[in-house]
Design a protein around this ligand. Structure first.
Ligand code: ADP
Length: 592
C-alpha cells in the first residue's frame, strides 16, 4: 500500500513535470523552427517574388516541417497558409490582432527581434493550437511568420510519455512488491517459528526450541524464548513434584483432610476422608453439607471462614449409619490478612472414646466389685469388735462370712492379676506342641469334687487320634477350668457336662456342653466382656467374679484362636474355642 501510494505520488509529480517539460521542449522546438522559417522566408522573399507567392513558400515550409505555417503581412493580411489554398486565403480574416502577431510586432518595435506566442482556439481550423510568431524582413519589417501546432499533438506526446511512465511505475511497483514480499518472508519466517514454539509451550510441550542463532534482535529474542521455556519447564516440574508429594502425603494420611475456598466450596478432600464419610462421586465444588448431612461440620466451616480465630477444634458425632466420633481441627487460610479458605483435619477417635469408656466402666466395675466384699468384711469385723465376739454362735457365722468374702476378694484380685498378666504376656508366652487330652483330663479331675457335690456327670468325648495343639499348656488349662467350672456352676443337680474335641480347618475345636440353665439371647453377645453377668444374683451367690469368660477370650485370642457360645435358655449352653493344631510327630515352637 505504501509503495502504491508513493508511486502514485511520484506519478502525479512526474506526470506534471513531464508535461511541463515536453511542452517546453515542443515550444522551444517550435521557436527554433519558426526562426528557421523566418530565415527561409527572408532568403526567398525577394522583390522578385510577389506577395501572393508567399502562400507557396508557406506550403513548402509547412510540408518540410510538418507544421501549419502562416505568413502574415504587417497590416495583418494573410499572404500564405500551409493549410489553406490560395483562393481561400482571401476569405481569411485579418490576423493583425492575433495575440502572437501583436506580441511579435511589439517585440520587434521594442528590441528588433519579435517573437510572440499564444495558445488558443483557432477559428480558422477549429482546434486548440500553440502559435509561435516571428517577424521577418532583412532590412525592414516585412511581415510575420507564424508556426502553429495543434495542442492535441502535444497532448499525444505527453500521453505517450504518461503511458511510458505508468508502465515503468507499474513495473517498479511489481518489483517493489516482489522485493518487499521476499523481505517480509525473511522477517516473518523466524517470527512464525517463534509463534509456533510459543504455541507448543502453551500446549505444554516444553521440548520445543527455536533454532535461530542470528546476532540481531530476532536472535536475542529466540535466545530469551529458549531460556524462558527451559525455566518454565523447570518450574512446572518443581510444581508437579511438589503437588505429587503433597498428594502422596494427603493420600497416605490416615487423618481426613478437606480444604474449602472462601465461598465454602470444597477444593480438596483426601481419600481417607472420602472413605470415612462414605463420599461417592466428586465432592469438589460442593458445600460440606451436601456431602455429609451434618450441620456441625458446615457450622465449623462457616465459622472458620467468617472469624479469623486460628485453629478451632471440636468433637462431633456423625452417624454413617453407626455413630462415629470425630475430632475436627479447622484452620483458616489467611494470606495478606485476608481469609482465602480453610483447612479441616478429621481424626477418627471413635475407638479411642470407646476404649476410654471401657476403661472408665472397668474402673467403676472393679471398684464396685471390690467394695462389696470389702464393706462386708469391714462391717462384720466392726460388729465383732464392738462386742459380738462374745456371742460365740454369731461370731462364728460372722467370721465365716468374713472368710468367704475375703476369699472372694482374693479370687477377684487373682482374676484381675491374671487378666492383666495375659494382656502383658501376650507377646511373651511361648507356644509348645502339646496333647489336648491330658490337659482336659487333668482339669476334669480337679473339678470332680464340685461335680460330685451336685451329682453332675462330666463326660469327655475326645478322638484318640486327635492332633496335638500349639499352645501354652497352663493357659489352656485355665481356659478349660473356667469353662468347665461355669458349666458345673450354672447347671442343676444331676445334669450333664460333656467336653468334646474335634479337628476343623487346621484347628482343634473344644466344646464344653452342659444341660444347664442356658443364657438369654440378649446377653450372649456381651458375655465375654469384663464383669458382665447374665444372671448376676446367681453368679454372686456362686462366688463368680464376672471375669472368667473375659480371661478365656483373652487367652484364646493370644493363641490366635476363637471363642463362641451357643445357648438355649433353660436347655443348656455350649462354649467352644479353637487352637491351632500340629501333626503329632512334628515339633514346633512359636513365639507369639
Ligand atoms: P462368673 O464369674 O460370673 O461366672 P464368667 O465370666 O465366667 O463370670 O461368666 C459370665 C456370665 O456368663 C456368668 O455370670 C453367667 O451368667 C454366664 N454363664 C457363663 N457360663 C455359663 C453356662 N455354662 N451356663 C449359663 N450361664 C453361663
Amino acid at each position: 500500500m505504501i509503495i502504491a501510494v508513493m508511486l502514485f505520488g511520484i506519478y502525479l509529480y512526474l506526470n506534471k513535470s513531464l508535461r511541463k517539460y515536453s511542452y517546453q521542449r515542443i515550444e522551444t522546438n517550435l521557436i527554433k523552427q519558426t526562426s528557421f522559417a523566418k530565415s527561409y522566408i527572408e532568403e526567398n522573399f525577394t522583390k522578385k517574388i510577389q506577395s501572393y507567392e508567399l502562400d507557396k513558400i508557406a506550403d513548402k515550409i509547412g510540408r518540410d516541417l510538418g507544421l501549419r505555417v502562416t505568413i502574415i503581412g504587417i497590416d495583418g493580411t494573410v499572404f500564405g497558409d500551409s493549410e489553406l489554398d490560395g483562393k481561400k486565403l482571401i476569405e481569411v480574416e485579418n490576423h493583425l490582432y492575433r495575440p502572437e502577431v501583436q506580441q511579435a510586432l511589439k517585440g520587434f518595435s521594442a528590441a528588433k527581434s519579435g517573437i510572440g506566442k499564444s495558445r488558443r482556439f483557432s477559428a480558422t481550423i477549429k482546434k486548440d493550437m500553440l502559435y509561435i510568431a516571428s517577424v521577418f524582413g532583412k532590412e525592414k519589417l516585412q511581415g510575420v511568420v507564424r508556426l502553429s501546432m495543434p495542442l492535441s499533438e502535444i497532448e499525444l506526446i505527453s500521453s505517450h510519455l504518461r503511458e511510458t511512465l505508468i508502465l515503468s511505475l507499474f513495473l517498479a511497483f511489481i518489483l517493489a512488491v516482489i522485493v518487499s514480499f521476499a523481505a517480509s518472508l525473511f522477517i516473518s519466517k523466524p517470527t512464525k517459528e517463534m509463534s509456533l514454539a510459543a504455541k507448543a509451550v502453551a500446549d505444554g510441550d516444553f521440548s520445543k526450541r527455536i533454532s535461530i542463532s542470528t546476532k540481531d534482535e530476532i536472535g536475542d529474542l529466540a535466545k530469551a524464548f529458549n531460556f524462558m521455556s527451559r525455566q518454565i519447564k523447570t518450574r512446572i516440574e518443581e510444581v508437579t513434584t511438589n503437588k505429587s508429594r503433597l498428594e502422596a502425603v494427603l493420600l497416605s494420611m490416615s487423618e481426613g483432610v478437606m480444604v474449602v475456598d472462601i465461598k465454602g466450596a470444597i477444593l480438596l478432600m483426601n481419600q481417607s476422608l472420602k472413605d470415612f464419610l462414605l463420599v461417592k462421586g466428586d465432592p469438589v465444588g460442593k458445600k460440606p453439607l451436601e456431602i455429609v448431612r451434618n450441620i456441625e461440620i458446615q457450622e465449623i466451616a462457616d465459622n472458620s471462614l467468617r472469624l479469623k480465630r486460628g485453629v478451632e477444634s471440636r468433637e462431633i458425632s456423625v452417624f454413617l449409619p453407626e455413630e462415629k466420633i470425630l475430632l475436627l481441627h479447622a484452620t483458616p487460610i489467611i494470606r495478606d490478612s485476608k481469609i482465602e479458605g480453610a483447612v479441616f483435619v478429621f481424626h477418627d477417635i471413635t475407638e479411642l472414646r470407646h476404649l476410654e469408656r471401657i476403661r472408665r466402666e472397668f474402673v467403676a466395675n472393679v471398684s464396685h466389685e471390690l467394695r462389696t466384699p470389702v464393706s462386708s468384711i469391714k462391717g462384720y469385723a466392726e460388729t465383732l469388735l464392738e462386742g459380738a465376739m462374745d456371742d460365740k454362735e454369731n461370731a462364728m457365722d460372722f467370721l465365716k462370712i468374713i472368710h468367704s468374702d475375703s476369699e472372694r476378694l482374693a479370687r477377684l484380685i487373682d482374676d484381675l492379676l491374671d487378666l492383666s498378666k495375659i494382656e502383658s504376656d501376650k507377646l511373651k508366652s511361648t507356644l509348645k506342641q502339646c496333647a489336648i487330652e491330658p490337659i482336659i483330663k487333668r482339669v476334669v479331675f480337679s473339678l470332680n469334687k464340685q461335680a460330685k457335690d451336685k451329682s453332675i456327670k462330666i463326660q469327655t468325648d475326645i478322638p484318640k487320634d486327635i492332633s496335638d495343639v500349639l499352645a501354652d499348656e497352663a493357659r489352656i488349662a485355665q481356659v478349660l477350668l473356667n469353662l468347665i467350672d461355669n458349666a458345673v456352676k450354672y447347671t442343676q443337680e444331676g445334669d450333664e457336662v460333656t467336653i468334646s474335641a474335634k479337628e476343623k480347618d487346621g484347628f482343634v475345636q473344644v466344646d464344653v456342653t452342659d444341660t444347664g440353665i442356658g443364657i438369654p439371647e440378649k446377653d450372649i453377645s456381651r458375655l465375654f466382656e469384663r464383669f458382665y453377668r447374665a444372671d448376676k444374683a446367681r453368679s454372686r451367690e456362686l462366688g463368680g467374679t464376672g471375669l472368667g469368660l473375659s480371661i478365656v477370650k483373652h487367652i484364646v485370642q493370644a493363641h490366635n484362636g476363637q471363642v463362641s457360645v451357643q445357648s438355649v435358655l433353660g436347655k443348656g449352653s455350649t462354649f467352644s474355642f479353637t487352637i491351632a493344631k500340629v501333626k503329632k510327630n512334628g515339633k514346633k515352637f512359636t513365639k507369639i
